[in-house]
Structure formats: C-alpha cells, structure tokens
Design a protein around this ligand. Sequence first.
Ligand code: UT7
Length: 327
Amino acid sequence: MSAEMTRSVVLGCGGYVPARIVCNDELGSLIDTSDEWIVQRTGIRQRHIAADGELTSDLGTLAAQAALEHAGIGADEIDLLIVATSTPDETFPATAATVQAKLGMTAGAAFDVQAVCSGFVYALSIADSMLKNGMGSTALVIGAETFSRLLDWTDRTSCVLFGDGAGAIVLRAEPGTGSAADRGVLASTLHSDGRLHDLLYVDGGPSSTGTTGHLRMHGKEVYRHAVTKLSDVVAEVLQAGGLSATDIDWVVPHQANARIIESVAHKLALSPDRVVITVDRHANTSAASIPLALSVAVADGRIQRGDLLLFEALGGGMTWGANLLRW
Ligand code: UT7
C-alpha cells in the first residue's frame, strides 16, 4: 500500500492572448515567405502579437486572473507565485514580483524561472516540490512571453515561428494516497545540456552585450534533438509515475511545430486525436504554450476531471522535460 503524501492538485487554469492577430499572409507581404511554406513546415496559420506598451507582466496577470476565477479563489490565497519567462519586463526585478503587485497581492514568495520553452514544465515541477515540502499551500504557476520583442523580423527562418501569450494554473497542496490514481502532479522529469547553447539562443544580454539581442536558431538541429529527446523524456516520466502511454488521456505538448508534436506522438504510439494542438492559432509562445493550450482544452470540455495529462517541452539551453498530472 502507498504511503500518504501531499499532492499538488489543480484548482483552475486560464489563458490570455493579445488582441492583435498576424496571419501568415501579412508576414508574406513583409518578408520572403508564404502561407503555404509556414503551414506545411510548421502547422502555424497565425500568431498573436502584443501591442506597444503591453508587457509580459500584463499578459501574465490577465492569464492569472482567468485562472483564479476558474479556481474560484482570490489572489490573497496564493502564497507562491512563479512566472516562467525568457522575456521579462525588465532585467530585474522578476516579472513574478510585478505580477504579484498587479494582482494586488501583499504576501507570498514570487520569482521567475528561465528555461525558455521548457519553462512551464520546470516551473510546475518546482512549484510541486515546494508544495510537497510545505513551502506554500497554494501556488500560481504562470507561463508568459512577449517573444515578438526578441525576434529579428528580417530573419524568415525564425520570425514566422513565434507569438505572444500567457497561461496560468492554480495548484493547492492536498492530501493524496501516493498512488497513480491521485489527482495532482504525479511525476516530473527535467533535463538540460548547456553544450547545445548554439542551437537556440539570444545574441544579447545584460552581461554580454548590454543589449536585449535577437533570437538565433538552427531549426533543423533543434528539430532533430526535439523528436528524440522528447520521446525519451516522455518514456522516462511515465516510468517515474508507474504508468504507460496507454494510460494517457491527453498530451498537452509545447507548441513549436505540429510536425514535431505528431512525430513524438507517433513514436510513442499515442493516438493523434488525444493530442492538444494550438500551434495553428498561437504559434510558438515558448513558456506560455502548454498552459495556454491546456486552458483551451479545458474550456472546450475536452479535458475532464480525473483525466491523465502529459506535458512535454524542449527549448533553449538546451532544456527539456515532462510532467504527468491527473486533472
Ligand atoms: O520551441 C523550441 C524551439 N524551436 C523548435 O522546436 C523549432 C524546430 N525546428 C523546426 O520547427 C523546423 O526546423 C523549421 C520550421 C524551423 C524549419 O523547417 P525545415 O523543414 O527544417 O526547413 P529548413 O530549415 O530545412 O529550410 C528549408 C528551406 C530552406 O531553403 P533552401 O535552402 O532549401 O533553398 C530555407 O531557406 O526553406 C527555407 N525557409 C523558408 N522559406 C519560406 C526557411 N524559412 C522559410 C520561410 N519561408 N519562413
């Protein structure tokens, strides 16, 4: 029999995307690209772009408010706030501290996690560990990005791929039995390999150039690593949770490229109709993509209480990881 243990149970989730939609044809009028190329190679049809003056903290705050409303609790009940982002409002303070103030919170711990597109998977795992260790009772985990600000809009190999947005979930520490039937986070697996820096990075920063810099990517190489590393980490997290691929009700993957998502699902013999795909409408929103996709599939009723969810992501660092969570 499993020993009783604390579980980080989801109380609610929410998402937010900026109002402005940029479709592929609009990009085709600015640079040498086409709707046909972008759709065929990535599945992306459009992306949302933040307005001038609309900051990562604004997107994160709106997603957090939607998640708190869905959870039916107030911001004053949150004692741990983590924002996963690579596009903070400022070099410091943490965007999480800014979101904390915008939510009207006067207490709790707030900090950012920087693991690029794997940021939400990392932040969820950290929040889960802290709740299990008694370092908080109710956590808000946000993925929020304004990647449009990091893009070189003359580089067609990268600028067509990304968008802005935010997603959030509320977790509460609740007693569980320790079995895989519990609700909440069941297992997480994280990896990083800093030797792969040059495949995906931003060529600037406060300590190197004193500028923000622009995103640089060797797309084909990232693609190759993504398919193998994501397949491996999914197998690993399933093993850690004592579950198998056939137990999964919904895969909510990082939304970088529909072809990567489909290849990983195929390698693991996961049915494509059990995979949540939003890359067509949001493009790649980095750390925001998983909670944003989650909020879409919860709002439209696909994800139901008790369902087993798998999150998986890979990004700059290189970082990658996965979580298993029972809704
Ligand atoms: O969030 C995690 C990080 N990112 C990723 O996971 C992205 C991983 N990589 C990918 O998704 C894909 O590699 C891309 C979508 C970036 C590129 O697709 P690809 O099938 O690997 O294309 P490619 O880089 O091999 O380029 C094929 C051709 C090239 O032309 P030539 O050399 O064959 O004449 C490119 O110059 O497509 C050209 N190309 C474009 N053409 C029109 C590259 N970007 C564009 C574009 N529009 N936007």
